[in-house]
Design a protein around this ligand. Sequence first.
Ligand SMILES: [Zn+2]
Ligand SMILES: [Zn+2]
Length: 347
Amino acid sequence: MATATYKCPNCGGGLKFEPEIQKLKCEFCLSEFTNEEMGKATDAMESKADREKVHEDAHLKGYTCDSCGAEVVTEETTSATFCYYCHNPVILSDRLSGTFRPDKVIPFAYSREKAEETFLKWAKSKRYVPTEFYSGSQLEKISGVYIPYWSAEAEARVDYSGKGINRRVYRAGNTEYTEVKEFGIERHGKVDVQNIREVALKKIDKGLLDSISPYDDRKAVEFEPSYLSGFLAEKYDIEKESIQPTVRERAERYAESLVQESISGFGSVQLHRKELDVSIKDWDYTLLPAWILTYFYGGRTYIFAVNGQTGNSYGELPVDNRKLGLSSAAIGIGILALALLGGALIW
Ligand SMILES: [Zn+2]
Ligand SMILES: [Zn+2]
């Protein structure tokens, strides 16, 4: 398995991408480098990795850490991680090459500190949350993850024609009049539908990511592996072909709603031609940033996620039965007291 570690040219320490300054920073000597500067260094690294790859099995899940030499095992979809032993950031470059090289990445802009604050504020505002849920060790489990997405651009050709009818009934003297006005409807042309996104990783819950969306695409940049340094990243395991029908349907629905909106002012509409033809023009393989915390409590897994670009958050909370028990006991006493009072009145 070919790997790359971004090492500080000054001291050899591991470099991590810092969301606050949008640069790679050395944790040891605090030097900062732009992604462009480090990109040149990686091109050299990648060609070295390509030469070494010859003897390797592409399905191997293990790699050897560049810094400490330890053998580290990863999941098959992982493309950026840390060495478990020395905690150096490692990029698994094989999983970011060929068809697995992302086109775009939206870099982290919301820092770990801010994600932790967001989580604490949210957890503390809820009742019945077990205190261990927002302890320090819990905060350490928040991970910055780049999640793979397919982002499609589609074109819908619209060809609608028909008539819109407005009817008005009024009286003059003893006579009732019906006034009918007809308007020709012609809607022809193309509708561009951009950024139709579908998650490209099986183990990620689709709904979860919808709940921390949207992401601002204007901040997407050309992919460079150095953006991943210091984060976890995954490569896709859902092929774009398999989500094509969903993407097409979403584009169709969007175009249809635009046309419908443009002809909604009439009392009734009769269409004699209604054609809508969608074609997908382009696919971008994109990585989107998210801070994710998963928590196992009372036999269930809970999740908290923060959009790594905007700070939008979403979470589910475990309920502490002991805390809940206390307050139901309090309610129980209230009811009993009322019952006794009621009894006292009768007797
Ligand atoms: Zn350094
Ligand atoms: Zn190591």
